[in-house]
Design a protein around this ligand. Structure first.
Ligand code: NAP
Length: 247
């Protein structure tokens, strides 16, 4: 895909799916600005790999649940590369627990990072994209936002919320050439899922019609499609990338 001259902001770009998205966009020639929570070593490595893949990289620490930090991220991206064409809201966390054991803090933390973070980033880039009369926003939801999952009331709320926000903003921005879509990954091999027990993994694998876990690259290809010129007439959609889990 050709992203030459385009600038993308990818939240949570240092590891996992976000890292794969950064590399996919960079391979198409994009300027890639990505943020991360605190893992400087991973961010440094991804920035190097973005440059090696053919893009230009800017890595910044930014907690997406903090409005001032998000505004600083978007301003820094604009200052460095002059414009913002693509936003990928990928940063996300889990704090799993059954409802009766889930603390208010665990609920608030997940909703703040996963849902409020996406809201703040969309708010920060929308004005600029409206002025340009073009732009692409891709939000990471989850199969859990579509189907629910025991032990993930907080995470499911954030990921179902992402779908509602995606469709609402798609309606607000459609007439100005800005598309807003979501990707809903299934079970993807990243640090987020590495912590699961062997029995939980094989149970999850058993529920995937295609019989294998997904890779970050499987998701990144779908994100890149929705972020590209070929997806110009697609907005407000949720694309499941889950080996058939959410059929
Ligand atoms: P991951 O490997 O745990 O990586 C998370 C990334 O988000 C890291 O770059 C991390 O930065 C960053 N991050 C976390 N909290 C942040 C915050 N408050 N502000 C800024 N950056 C923050 O996660 P993943 O598995 O790639 O998941 C990426 C997205 O896909 C998430 O939204 C997740 O919910 C969604 N998803 C994943 C799966 C899956 O099976 N893996 C399935 C469905 C949906 P540091 O490196 O500094 O910690």
């Amino acid at each position: 895909m050709n992203f030459t001259g385009k600038t993308a902001i990818v939240t949570g770009g240092s590891r996992g799916i976000g890292r794969a998205v950064c590399l996919e966009l960079a391979a198409g020639g994009a300027n890639v600005v990505f943020c991360y929570a605190g893992n400087d070593a991973a961010a440094h490595k991804t920035a190097q790999d973005v440059e090696a893949a053919g893009g230009r990289a800017l890595a910044l620490r930014c907690d997406v649940s903090d409005a001032a930090q998000v505004d600083a991220l978007v301003s820094a991206a604009e200052e460095r590369f002059g414009r913002i064409d693509i936003l990928v809201n990928n940063a996300g966390i889990t704090r799993d627990n059954l409802l009766l054991r889930m603390s208010e803090a665990e609920f608030d933390m997940v909703v703040a990072a996963n849902l409020k973070g996406a809201f703040l980033c969309m708010k920060a880039v929308s004005k600029r994209m409206l002025k340009q009369r073009c732009g692409r926003i891709v939000n990471l939801s989850s199969v859990v936002g579509l189907r629910g999952n025991a032990g993930q009331v907080n995470y499911a709320a954030s990921k179902a919320g992402i779908i509602g926000m995606t469709k609402s903003l798609a309606k607000e921005l459609a007439s100005r050439g800005v598309t807003v879509n979501a990707v809903a990954p299934g079970f993807i091999e990243t640090d987020m899922t590495a912590a699961l027990s062997e029995s939980a993994r094989s149970a999850a694998q058993g529920s995937i019609p295609m019989g294998r876990l997904g890779t970050p690259e499987d998701v990144a290809k779908a994100v890149a499609f929705l972020a590209g010129d070929d997806a110009a007439y697609i907005t407000g959609q949720v694309l499941a990338v889950d080996g058939g889990m959410a059929m």
